[in-house]
Design a protein around this ligand. Structure first.
Ligand code: BES
Ligand code: ZN
Length: 647
């Protein structure tokens, strides 16, 4: 099957043009990088129905003809209208021409209402192309020959896929509405018309107009002192990909945590968040020391309402964070290490397309573990590593081979629906193997140089392999095997003899669990004093598929699992409860599903319910909860429950 994008015909001002078909004509640079001697094609050609490997550096998830024009800078002026759930205003795009063909410019949009387009102050012709269910709708613009910028007046749809509008009762304070955006992977186009591809990097300025009682923050230079007058100005002077543009508006206060770090949150959450994440400044310092300078000036956190669909999102200078990790004991702060690490792997060196996501998430997961070790020591490091390994094994047991490939072929697929642990944990394990082979010191040096070499660039998997060819593979030719590296990146599964991280703090729990299962040890006699959340999770996740009602009651009675306030522990327990039909936990289950929007929890719980014959209960809870869910949460869980997207 040909990629859908090849077939898009564009009608601009009554003329059929080929602007949207740029995917069929990769640039020389794309071809050069695609010609790296890599066996991706060998792997992919084996698959029935797919003729060719995806081309390196081609973004199959953007309509934009970024080989003809490259947007350099965005000027945004938006008014936030809570009553209509609409952002409206204008986006001015400054661009560079990459050839003199003067083709129509194609931008990405999704459900945007484009009001007008102008260049040099005069209106220009534009048209909306054919809508694609995954990609949105191309916007085709006819350009005057001398234009180097265009201004688009537009408004968003109330159901924009990248925006969530929250009613006051969905916030901590219950008094004011809240808004946040989530652009990764391909949702920036639902609130800004632009070249929505990670290979395009831009700077941006923004003016955001809000109700006077609220504060706006962005992935930019936030000023906590800015007067609350309803008009906020922002500047992001570093070049970033579009998926890192982010905005939130709400009743927000700021508290500093260190010299360069602080937290924005609703007033009632501010103190607990600042206490939970008090180690952020130390994390920043150790990461700089190991991997090179932090290039983004400040690093602040924004605590969102619980419907945020992710744990965190690495929006530059301002990571967006779920409140569900505020456990009271810093047990879940690896999330902060993770989002911070993206300031190097992801934001500084960026995946050029969504096929290359593992370059963002695999490197970041590896760095997360290292940061956790620097700040909290070896035992915590081993536990984080071991849990990651177990997550990877669970995914490998569950996925089709094509989805176990790090450089995944996403043509014709919605990146939101393919989300998994593979780019994270397989990517991280691969880097850990490299570290083990060349030694930690050499590997750290390599990483520091890699971040420096590719800083502020978007790179492909093949760029990475070429870089390895010139660095580690030369310096450590005796220790590394190129074929094996390609196997990691382009083959399903993990190569034989891959490392298997373990933790003593975990392995000592195995006999305890077994004794309890064998009826030789009562739950109340298990010495759980001092167990960390990680140990609880390991203990619970290692339970067999089936437990008896009596066993479930005993565990719950001894440890109060149904009432656990640690959301990770509660999740592990609820997974057990669902598959064993343990009814005493069902009220908590419903409460969990209706009060938390994090898909990492929701999707497995709903799937588990469907797979264990409780589809009706799942559907009933989902229907009740969905008004409060983020559009992404609605989309992916509708698929899980009903097997199709909501219309
Ligand atoms: N950048 C991701 C979130 C993301 C990835 C959104 C791909 C859309 C598409 C973020 O950094 C992330 O990985 N979050 C994880 C953190 C966890 C692995 C510590 C999450 O939200 O669970
Ligand atoms: Zn991440």
């Amino acid at each position: 099957m040909l990629p859908r994008l090849l077939c898009t015909s564009l009608i601009v001002g009554g003329l059929a043009v080929a602007g949207g078909c740029s995917k069929s004509e990769p640039s020389k640079a794309e071809l050069d990088s695609a010609s790296a001697p890599i066996k991706a094609s060998a792997v992919i050609e084996k698959k029935p129905g797919v003729e060719k490997a995806p081309q390196s550096g081609v973004d199959y998830h953007s309509f934009a003809n970024s080989n003809d024009y490259q947007v350099q800078h965005l000027d945004l002026d938006l008014t936030v209208d809570f009553s209509r759930k609409v952002l409206e205003g204008e986006a001015k795009l400054d661009f560079k021409r990459l050839n003199d063909k003067n083709l129509p410019m194609v931008l990405d949009t999704r459900e945007l209402e484009v009001v007008s387009v102008s260049a040099n102050g005069a209106p220009v012709k534009f048209s909306m192309g054919e809508k694609d269910s995954h990609l949105g709708t191309p916007l085709n613009i006819e350009l005057p020959e001398d234009a180097d910028s265009i201004t688009i007046r537009y408004r968003t749809a109330p159901g924009a896929s990248g925006v969530q509008w929250l009613e006051p009762q969905q916030t901590a304070g219950k008094k004011h509405p809240f808004l946040f955006t989530q652009a990764q992977a391909i949702h920036a186009r639902s609130f800004i018309p632009l070249q929505d591809s990670p290979k395009v990097r831009i700077t941006y300025n923004a003016t955001v107009r809000t109700p006077k009682e609220l504060r706006a923050v962005m992935s930019a230079n936030n000023d906590p002192q800015a007067a609350k007058d309803g008009v906020y100005e922002f500047e992001m002077p570093q070049r970033i990909p579009s998926y890192l543009i982010a905005l939130a508006v709400g009743d927000l206060k700021f508290k500093p945590m260190g010299e360069r770090t602080g937290v924005y949150a609703e007033p009632s959450m501010l103190e607990s968040a600042a206490a939970e994440f008090a180690d952020t400044e130390s994390m920043l310092e150790v990461t700089e020391k190991a991997y090179g300078p932090y290039h983004w000036d400040r690093y602040d956190l924004l605590i969102l309402p619980p419907s945020f669909p992710f744990g965190g999102m690495e929006n530059p200078r301002l990571s967006f964070i779920t409140p569900t990790v505020i456990a009271g004991d810093k047990s879940l702060v690896a999330l902060i290490a993770h989002e911070l690490a993206h300031s190097w792997s992801g934001n500084l060196v960026t995946n050029a397309s969504w096929r290359d996501l593992w370059l963002n998430e695999g490197f970041t997961t590896y760095l997360t573990n290292r940061i956790m070790q620097f700040v909290y020591g070896d035992e915590r490091y081993q536990m984080e590593m071991a849990l990651g390994y177990d997550d990877l094994q669970a995914d490998l047991a569950d996925k089709e081979p094509r989805d176990e490939i790090m450089a995944i072929d996403l043509r014709g697929r919605d990146p939101d629906e393919v989300f998994s642990n593979i780019p994270y944990e397989k990517g991280s394990l691969f880097l850990y193997e490299l570290e083990q082979k060349v030694g930690r010191e050499a590997f750290d040096r390599f990483l520091m140089e890699y971040f420096n070499h590719f800083s502020f660039q978007s790179i492909t998997t093949e760029d990475f392999v070429k870089y390895l060819d010139k660095t580690l593979l030369v310096e450590h030719a005796d220790k590394l095997d190129r074929e094996r590296i390609l196997e990691w990146i382009f083959d399903p599964g993990i190569p034989e003899g891959a490392p298997h991280p373990k933790s003593d703090a975990f392995t000592k729990l195995d006999p305890v669990r077994q004794q309890w299962l064998d009826g030789k040890l009562a739950a109340k006699d298990i010495d759980t004093k001092g167990w960390t959340f990680h140990q609880w999770k390991y203990f619970l996740d290692g339970m067999p598929e089936k437990l008896t009602e009596a066993q479930l009651k005993e565990l719950d009675g001894a440890f109060g699992l149904t009432e656990s306030r640690n959301n990770e522990v509660a999740f592990s327990w609820l997974m057990i409860a669902v598959r064993n039909d343990y009814e005493p936990a069902f009220e908590r289950l419903e409460n969990f599903l209706t009060s938390i929007g994090r898909n990492k929890f929701l999707r497995p719980l709903y799937r588990n319910m469907v797979e264990t014959g409780k589809k009706d209960v799942a559907a009933r809870i989902f229907e009740r909860a969905k008004v409060g869910y983020h559009p992404l949460t609605v989309k992916v869980n509708s698929l899980v429950i009903y097997g199709k997207k909501e219309s």
